[in-house]
Structures are given as C-alpha cells and as structure tokens.
Design a protein around this ligand. Structure first.
Ligand code: IVH
Length: 674
C-alpha cells in the first residue's frame, strides 16, 4: 500500500512539473529532478502494470503502433475563417458587425498559428480523444499521437466534459533541428514546420510523433456558452485555469485603431516568435453577439482572419544562368546570394524570359526583392534601382545556344527563345533526365545529379547507352560505392520490362504527356504499330488532337528515331503494352473509372501533378472546373469557389487524405518522408 501511495505522489508531482514546464513555460525544478522522479515512476509501473492509467506521465513517450486512423465525426462542425488581406477588408467586416450588434462591440485579437486545427475531447476531466479537423465535419482519430504532446493535459483541473479546439504546431527551433538531423540521415527535408507537424501527427508509430517536439495552443471550445461564460476572453481564461495551454499574446480591442496597432505590432514581431504565425484572428468578444451574427456554411460571421502579405526579402542577383530545357526552350535563371524565405533557403529563381527581365528592370548585380508565389515558388518581383552603384549590367539573351552555339529562334506566338538543334547536348541531357524520371522509365537512383555526371563523363550520349553501363565504369564515378552501383544497375535492368506507355512518355515526343502515352499504348499495343500510324488513325482516338497527331507523325518520320528503336530493342527494352487491357480495366473497378474529378485548394502532401497522375492511374479524368458533369471534387485547404460550387451542386467532396488512401504503398512512404 505504501508503494501505491508513493506512486500517486510522484505521479502528481510529475504532472505538476510538466504543467509548469510545458503549459506555463515556467519550470520550478531542474530537468534532473524531473528525470529522477520519472525513472522512479517507470520502475514502479514496470512492477505494477495494472496501476498505470491513461493520465500517467509515462504514456507520453509513445510506442503504440496503430493500424490506421479511424474517422471521427465532430460534435459540432469545426469551422474555418474568412480571410481579410488589408485594412479595407477589416473595416468592412467591422461595419457589418456594428450594423448588427451596435457600436459597443469588442474584439479579441489572437495570433493565427500556422499549424493544424485539432480537437480534444475530455470526459469528466480525462483526456478521451483527439482528432484532426478533416473536412470540418469528419476528421481522423489521432488520440495517441496527440497524447505525446506534453502541453496537452491528460487530466483537467476540474472534471469538465468538453471538446476544446486549437492548433497543433512544431516550434521553429524543433523544426530546424529535425531537418538538420534528416539531412544528416539522408531523408527528404520538410518544407516548413506546418508540413512537419502534419506529417508527424499522421504517423502510425506514435514514437515518431513523440520525438518531434510538437506543441499546441487552444483557442476555442465547441460551445463556450455551455461553460457559463459570456465572453470569448473569459472562455480562454477558463481554459487556462483548467490547465490547457492558451496563447498569451491575445488582446481585447475596443476600436479598430487598436486592432490595427495589434496587427502592426505582430507583423513586426512575428519573426521573434518560436512558432510560425500567418496572420491575426479577430473574434467578436461577446458570445451572445457571436450568436446574433451567426454563421455561413463553413465560416462564422463573427470572426475573420487577417492574413499577412507574403514575405518579401532582399538579396543580390549575382548572375543570370541560362537553362536549356528538354524541348530546347532557353530560360534565364537568376542565381541569388542564398537567402532564407518562408521556410527554405533560396538560391535560384526563374526569370522566365528577357521581356520580363526588362519589364521589371532587373540587372545583373542588382539588389532585388524576392517573394514566394503561393508560398512555394521563388520569384524575383522587382529590383531596387536606388541601390545601384554603377557596376550593374543590363542582361540580353544571347543569339546562340550556350550549349551548342546554334542560332536561337523565336517560334511564332512564343515569347521564349529555343534552340532547335536536335543534337544540342543540353537538350539531350534534359531528355535523359526526363527518360529516367518517375512517370517515365522510373529508374531509381538515377536523379538529375547522376545523369549529369554520367553525361559529362560521356558514359551516356543517348538513352540506349544507359543499357550498356558497366559496373567498372560506374565505380569510377565520384560518390558511387559498390552498393549504389549494384542498386542502380538493378533498377536499370528492371526498367527494361516496363510497359510501353512509360517508354513512350520517356521518349519525350512533343505534346505527348503521360496520359496520352497510356492511351496510345493501349490503342496500338506496340511501338512498331504506333510508329506506322497515320495522322487520321491517330486523330480518331478520343483525346488525341491534330497537334499531337502531327507531332507523333513527324517524330516517327525521322530515320534516327527508327535507329534508336532498333537499338533499344536489341538492348532488351520491352516495347509492348503490358498493363491491363480496357476490357480488363472495366472489371477492375478502379475508384475513379470514367469519373470526372476536379482538384482545388492547397494540397499539403501531394503535388498537383502527383495527385493528377494518381487520379488518372485510377481511371479518372481530371478537369479544371466544376460543372454538373463533375463526379468528385477533391478539396485541399483554403479551397474557394470550386468547393462552394460543388456544395451547391451536391457533388461529393473528398479531402486530400481520402485520395491518399489510394496511394500505392511505396509512394506513401516517400511522402511521409520516413
Ligand atoms: S478560430 C470558428 N483562432 O486558422 C473559428 N483559428 O483559417 C475557428 N487558426 O481552421 C477558428 N490560429 O486552424 C482560430 N487563434 C486562432 C487560430 C485559428 C490558427 C487556424 C485554424 C482555422 C484556420 C482558419
């Protein structure tokens, strides 16, 4: 009995220390003291596993491996927020509020944490369940992963039964350390803390989430009214007094000038925080006034999110490099003094074409302003002429291809300059990179770097050479060990058996994308048959238009192409379609068979192209806009009008996660990054 009492005592102590440390940010004992008690607790729990309850501090370390995430329906929908981008939007919002509830309105201003919305359910003060927001109505059960977040109490200070809501996030510092470690271990890096947090909470092995140092701020209760509070600000204080972590940088404002001052202050100070914020949230403080304002389908009328403008940074444009694409398009690329912006270090940005460079008055040596379009693709938006010291040089596109010196041409209707020499080494190299890429021959271990290496050593001059690479030659290359050479040769060998559509796409016939390649492969079965097809035969096939048909006929009219086909055949490369035949496909019942699918909003785990390829592989057709003919809309985050239209038309709406359920296993792992 003594031991049980001791156990309870240390448990309480540890819970208190943990609260001080993780929630209040105000530890009262040394780490070593905490560790000592924790060891003692673990010892006792080992002896008496039946004493361990869910609220034991030991349960935080994870370890349980789940089979999958089950769906959870939220008691009340988890709404999102309408956005404001400037003062005018905010003043409009305020006017609508004043018109309805009167001039005395009061706002709570909060930081808009850039993480993942989650909900926590407590029953009689005990942590029962944690879930993602999902589509707002149905989320995923991530109870076990959330348990590993130390700032989430397993027991409230009072035995309330409530559903609280907030944002889980990864502190910037933990993110930096995590990526450093991943780089050392050769894992792909997370683009930003938000993705890292999302990836961590979707791990089936709870130990991983436990190691990721996630944190949380709670900012709402599914119904504050039930708790007997009258103002949102009192609700947040109440959450704090229950032991839940709230963000203390909140401020109640009586006037819009106070609101603007808060916004200005945090626009300045946001970089000093150890977590990312992407804006400020304004909430009408009185709960009865909130009820008076009411809600739209997905967003409340009593709250609005002011979004910070995309981050802009200055750096020096050191030089302009010319990149020659697979089809000969020459693109000027800015080489920048490396600079950190919106989560990554940027050292290059496409300048698209000469006209744009002059329109933006960009010169070599200029100090320039960089922004990330859609927070992803770096862009040089303007120069700062006032920073010039006379050494800056105006850029002109060369008249000749920098790789093969043949004359560059501007094709009708195009702004881009092209090298039209089919033997241009730069184009050939890009063609090789395309040939081995994931949607084409999919040769593992042959990325851009290795292809460049092989090409510059003249080990490969065309795609056929890939199939006669020897182990000895490869071992001579820098950074190529016995194991990677064996793996590489294995995947090259394996690629010989690929079904025809991969080879066809890999050949890089202009206008023939992955989808058309599959259609053609199914239709003609062999490369030889396709090479003999006339324009008429080609245009009879649905989805093959005039331009593509012309391009295919022209391609196969070239003798060199036939030589290449012979050589590939000799090398043992399969030239027949070996995938499911249309008849078989019909029985296969692919999820999207014959369905028109529209993608909208921001996808967080798949690129647009990958999502599109996945849908097409599953028999679907991806369309650009929502109409009555649309069968499914897949809505990422912040989806706008397309999603609304789909709702109006009663079209089923999927989330990115629903699509992810259909990912082949291997790809899933790559995305998870582990
Ligand atoms: S309140 C009905 N407060 O922003 C109100 N949301 O764009 C629901 N967010 O889905 C949200 N910080 O994930 C609220 N202090 C804050 C927030 C916040 C971040 C996120 C939340 C929400 C999204 C809306």
């Amino acid at each position: 009995m003594e031991e049980k009492k001791r156990y309870q005592e240390i448990k309480e102590l540890l819970l208190e220390y943990s609260h001080e440390y993780y929630v209040e940010d105000n530890p009262t004992v040394e780490d070593a003291v905490y560790d000592k008690y924790m060891q003692e607790l673990l010892q006792i729990e080992k002896k008496h596993p039946d004493w361990v309850t869910n609220d034991s501090p030991s349960r935080r370390i994870g370890g349980e491996v789940l089979e999958g995430f089950t769906k959870v329906r939220h008691g009340k929908p988890m709404l999102s927020l309408a956005n404001a981008f400037n003062k005018e939007d905010l003043l409009n919002f305020d006017r609508q509020i004043r018109e309805k509830v009167g001039e005395d309105r009061e706002y709570m201003c909060e930081l808009k944490i850039d993480g993942l919305a989650i909900s926590l359910t407590y029953e009689n003060g005990q942590y029962k369940q944690g879930a993602t927001r999902g589509d707002g109505t149905i989320g995923e059960d991530i109870t076990e992963n959330l348990r590993t977040i130390r700032s989430i109490p397993m027991k409230l200070k009072k035995p309330y039964s409530i559903e609280v809501r907030g944002e889980a996030f990864m502190p910037k510092n933990s993110f930096k350390k995590l990526n450093e470690r991943r780089e050392e271990e050769g894992h792909t890096l997370f683009a930003n803390p938000r993705n890292a947090a999302a990836g961590s909470l979707r791990q089936l092995d709870t130990k991983i989430a436990a190691q990721r140092n996630l944190d949380i701020f709670l900012y709402a209760v599914s119904d504050f009214g039930e708790m007997g509070v009258k103002r949102h600000s009192d609700g947040l204080d109440m959450l704090h007094s229950l032991g839940l972590k709230t963000n203390k940088e909140r401020r109640v404002c009586q006037t819009m000038d106070e609101v603007f001052a808060y916004i200005e202050e945090w626009t300045e100070k946001r970089t000093q925080l150890d977590y990312d914020i992407d804006g400020i949230v304004l909430k009408l403080n009185s709960l009865s006034e909130q009820r008076e304002m009411g809600e739209r389908i997905k967003t409340p009328r009593w709250s609005i999110a002011y979004k910070f403008p995309a981050e802009e940074v200055r750096t020096v444009l050191e030089r302009i490099e010319l990149n020659i694409g697979r089809t000969g398009v020459v693109t000027p690329t800015a080489i920048l003094d490396p600079i950190f912006i919106a989560g990554t270090t940027v050292s290059r940005a496409s300048l698209h074409n000469e006209d744009l460079i002059h329109e933006r008055d960009i010169r070599i040596g200029d100090t320039v302003v960089i922004k990330k379009a859609g927070d992803i693709i770096p862009e040089v938006i303007r120069s700062l002429p006032e920073k010039r010291d006379g050494t800056q040089v105006t850029f002109h596109m060369p008249k000749e291809c920098p790789a093969c010196q043949s004359e560059l041409v501007r094709l009708e209707d195009e702004v881009a300059l092209r090298c039209i020499n089919p033997k241009c080494p730069a184009q050939i190299k890009e063609g090789l990179i395309h040939f081995v890429s994931r949607n084409a021959m999919n040769i593992d271990g042959l990325g851009e770097k290795v292809v460049t290496q092989l090409f510059s050593h003249q080990f490969i001059k065309d795609v056929v050479d890939l199939y006669s690479l020897s182990k000895e030659k490869l071992l001579d290359l820098e950074r190529m060990g016995e194991k990677s050479v064996t793996n590489l040769l294995d995947s090259i060998e394996k690629s010989k058996a690929n079904s025809l559509e991969r080879l066809l796409f890999g050949l890089g016939i202009r206008h023939v994308g992955a989808k058309a390649a599959r259609t053609l492969a199914i239709q003609f079965d062999t490369l030889a048959a396709l090479s003999k097809a006339s324009k008429e035969e080609l245009t009879e096939i649905p989805d093959i238009g005039d331009i593509m048909a012309d391009s295919i006929v022209t391609y196969f009219s070239n003798d060199e192409v036939h030589e290449l086909m012979d050589e590939l055949k000799k090398a043992g490369v399969n030239m027949t379609y070996t995938g499911p035949k249309p008849a078989e496909r019909a029985h296969e019942e692919l999820v999207f068979s014959g369905k028109k699918v529209v993608l909208t909003g921001k996808l967080t785990r798949l690129t647009r192209n990958d999502a599109k390829a996945l849908i097409e592989n599953l028999g679907g057709d991806v369309a650009g806009s929502v109409s009555k003919k649309t069968d499914i809309v897949i809505a990422g985050e912040d989806a706008g009008t397309k999603r609304e239209n789909a709702e109006k038309l009663g079209i089923p709406i999927w989330r990115e996660d629903d699509l992810l359920n259909y990912l082949p296993d291997k790809v899933e792992k790559e995305i998870e990054g582990d």
